[in-house]
Design a protein around this ligand. Structure first.
Ligand SMILES: [Zn+2]
Length: 362
């Protein structure tokens, strides 16, 4: 895992950069692996699997089932190239990856597919071609482990720290029973967390485990396949999620290491703090209004503008906001109060502009 940290920046997959990750960008990498066409999206874009290794333990992974969640696609391609050049690590495994399950959503930079369906709520109905492709691969491959790879929004924190990565061992029934599969997933996450704590102290979280059979992870866990949800998160000004990508790849390798060496640690799972919706992107303090001062909380809206992603500031809330954490804090004490005479919408936009809050990611 540590050699991955050294080699990661040299891997061929590093040509994948930016938040806007579409099918044409990954297409030319597919032939570096044993790739197979497994279906088409609603708009006819191809969906592929990449297979690596011939070992007895079968791991199925899929990324970008939510089209605007691309960090794990870049990160998992780092892992694939790394494993390809470190074959001893690969020996126990046959890995099958769907690098982009929702290529239409990726092109449109939306969570949903082209029919406006959230593929991660379609496990029971299986109404979409992308869902059918995933289930066909699952049924034919019969994996021992499933890794469901995502990005989470910037709003999540753990104990007043930004949540860089979070995980879930999804429930397998409405009673939240600890089934064998679920316990094993908890054991992997417990192990991952131990490895990450040295690197990202108090920045790893655990997702809510309310059972939802429409979610693919819950569905596979209910079928008895050990399934883990991985979520890449936000920290500081890393809106390209370059740092998160590295630790995400590290954590996938930690999961494989846990499986290969049978070092599951389910007891450590419950000690991982639950993620909280406790963060905004920017907090602006001491904004003068009517001879007093308040705080503004800003949340970015991600927009696709001519092939690149813009993070546009929007007002989240205003007032006394000491309960909120932010990835960036600005104090207006240093600015001329006459510039911020009123809190009309136009004035707020002016503040955002003056403070140059808009961010870009290619
Ligand atoms: Zn997602």
């Amino acid at each position: 895992m540590n050699s991955f940290l050294k080699q990661q920046s040299e891997l061929k997959s590093q040509i994948l950069q930016g938040r806007y990750m579409t099918y044409p960008k990954i297409e030319h990498l597919l032939s570096d692996f044993n790739s197979k066409y497994v279906g088409a999206s609603a708009k006819g874009l191809p969906i592929h699997t990449l297979t690596l290794g011939t070992g007895p333990v079968k791991v199925l992974m899929w990324s970008q089932m939510h089209g605007n969640e691309s960090t794990s696609t870049k990160g998992i391609m780092d892992v694939m190239y790394y494993l390809k050049s470190n074959l001893t690590l690969l020996e126990p495994f046959t890995i099958k990856l769907i690098p982009m399950l929702n290529p239409d959503g990726a092109a449109a930079y939306t969570r949903v597919n082209a029919n406006a369906v959230d593929l991660n709520r379609d496990a029971q109905r299986q109404s979409q071609p992308e869902t059918l492709a995933l289930f066909e691969v699952y049924d034919a491959f019969q994996p021992d482990f499933c890794f469901n790879l995502h990005d989470q929004r910037t709003i999540f924190g753990v104990n007043d720290n930004p949540c860089v990565l979070s995980y879930l061992s999804p429930a397998a029934d409405s009673g939240n029973s600890i089934t064998k599969a679920r316990e094993q997933a908890m054991g992997i996450i417990g192990y991952i967390n131990e490895q990450l704590q040295e690197q990202l102290p108090n920045q790893v979280g655990r997702y809510d485990d309310t059972y939802n059979p429409n979610c693919v992870g819950d569905c596979f866990q209910a079928k008895g396949t050990t399934t883990i949800l991985f979520e890449c998160g936000q920290s500081g000004q890393d809106y390209g999620r370059i740092v998160t990508r590295k630790w995400f790849g590290f954590s996938v390798l930690a999961a494989l290491n846990c499986i290969a060496n049978n070092v599951f640690n389910p007891k450590a799972y419950d000690s991982i703090p639950k993620v909280e919706k406790s963060y905004v992107d920017v907090l602006i303090h001491h904004v003068p209004i009517h001879e007093s001062q308040i705080s503004l909380a800003v949340q970015y809206e991600e927009k696709l503008n001519s092939g690149k992603i813009t993070f546009e500031p929007t007002l989240h809330s205003k007032g006394e906001l000491s309960q909120l954490n932010a990835h960036k804090t600005i104090d207006l004490k240093k600015h001329n109060p006459n510039d911020f005479a009123t809190l009309e919408d136009a004035a707020i936009k002016k503040i955002f502009k003056m403070l140059d809050l808009t961010r870009y990611s290619h």
